[in-house]
Ligand binder design. Structure first.
Ligand code: NAD
Length: 374
């Protein structure tokens, strides 16, 4: 234990010295500097998530501002530029995106496009010297994710993955419980994530296109995988996966539903389901002396749950898009304070190693497949 400053062991001179140091630290700490500056964020891809969640969330942040737009749909620009006051000089198409390197108003490129574009856009942003925030799934497979990590490291820019749940307080409590183990050894975990919505002719057809990263595993399965990893604090060793797609006439070449089972060290098993055919949103951790759960566990708001001893996990963050604002403020502070983001690229890669193995297992009818090690 360090000496308490109120104890006789502390001299007046030590106290004054310590106060002076603390004062200097407060005056010069990066956090003080951080509050002076807002990180300029350019959104790439102006679809649902950018329009309905991220852009409104940027208006709630303390450390960010919407500074730029990258789009292949110029017809969207008058509304966006008018609403958010974005000047022409900060607007790019995918073809002239590289010019962003010369724009000092933009610090971060936030990639919010279909999944097959995450890697090429991240590489281009890193080459332009911009920090990269990238939506989940980080890429199409672990090799792509690793290339993104390398490119950002080589260009000395940060790479953060948009796993918003890792900024939500109840989820953060579950992450802490992975270490504290308040109910004893973890025995089993259940994580189900899905939504019913896909029908022929629906908007966002890329979610049904294998070449653009469609299917439920990329979209929702990564929430199950990420949760299984952060609730155990461990990396899974092997996976078995079963493709249970029902509507083959709609889901051609992509998965509608995949059930999978992850084996962790200490004989912990995670049973997961991801689906575009069912509304699923439950996370439960069973331990030797009780259990705890969140449902919803990956909603935009209202994430809540309880434990076997009566503990209640009440919703914490308020209505949408508070969670996205919290995520972007945290990632902006990491840049301003020159420290690693909470959810670095390696997190996305670790999940993609599981996705790679799960796809291989599903293709082999549920064969047990070892998950590659980092
Ligand atoms: P969307 O279809 O609504 O928007 C995608 C945007 O990308 C559109 O503006 C489209 O014009 C543009 N685009 C550029 N190239 C395209 C191409 N080749 N094909 C199709 N569209 C193209 O999708 P969305 O729901 O906004 O999802 C975008 C990304 O955000 C995905 O990676 C998704 O997984 C992620 N996302 C994350 C969350 C979250 O909660 N973290 C929620 C929704 C989406």
């Amino acid at each position: 234990m360090g000496a308490d400053k109120g104890t006789p062991g502390w001299t007046r001179r030590q106290t004054l010295q310590s106060m002076a140091l603390a004062g200097a630290a407060a005056a010069w700490s990066p956090r003080t500097l951080a509050s002076d500056r807002r990180i300029g964020v350019a959104l790439v891809g102006l679809g649902h998530y950018s329009r309905d969640l991220l852009a409104p969330a940027l208006e709630l942040t303390r450390h960010c501002r919407l500074a730029g737009l990258v789009t292949g749909s110029p017809e969207k620009l008058p509304e966006w530029q008018g609403r958010y006051g974005i000047p022409d000089r900060n607007v790019y198409s995918y073809d002239d995106f590289h010019r962003i390197a010369d724009n000092p108003e933009i610090d971060v490129v936030y990639i919010v496009t279909p999944n097959h574009l995450h890697k090429p856009l991240a590489l281009a942003a890193a080459a332009a010297g911009k920090h990269v925030w990238c939506e989940k799934p980080m890429a199409m497979d672990a090799a792509e994710g690793e290339a993104m990590v390398r490119a950002c490291r080589d260009n000395r820019v940060q790479l953060a993955v948009g796993y918003r749940m890792q900024h939500e307080p109840n989820t953060r409590r579950f992450m802490a419980m992975a270490k504290e183990r308040p109910y004893g050894r973890i025995v089993k975990l259940r994580a189900d994530a899905g939504w019913f919505g896909w029908r022929e002719g629906a908007d966002g057809a890329w979610r049904l296109d294998p070449a653009r990263g469609g299917g439920a595993m990329y979209d929702m399965g990564v929430y199950c995988i990420n949760a299984a990893r952060y609730c155990t604090g461990m990396e899974p060793l092997a996976v078995q996966a079963w493709d249970e797609t029902a509507r083959r006439e709609v889901f051609k070449g992509v998965d509608e539903t995949i059930r999978f089972r992850l084996e962790f060290p200490e004989d912990i098993v995670a049973e997961c389901v991801t689906s575009f055919g069912r509304n699923l949103n439950t996370l439960q951790v069973d331990c030797e002396r009780g259990w705890y759960m969140l449902s919803p566990f990956q909603g935009y708001e209202g994430n809540q749950g309880r434990a076997s001893d009566g503990t209640v996990f009440a919703p914490q963050l308020g209505a949408r898009p508070r969670m996205q604002a919290e995520q972007m403020d945290q990632d902006a502070l990491a840049i301003l304070e020159n420290r690693a983001p909470r959810v670095p690229g390696e997190e996305g890669v670790a999940d993609l190693r599981v996705v790679d193995a799960a796809f291989a297992s599903a293709k082999a009818g549920g064969e047990r497949v070892d998950i590659a090690r980092g």
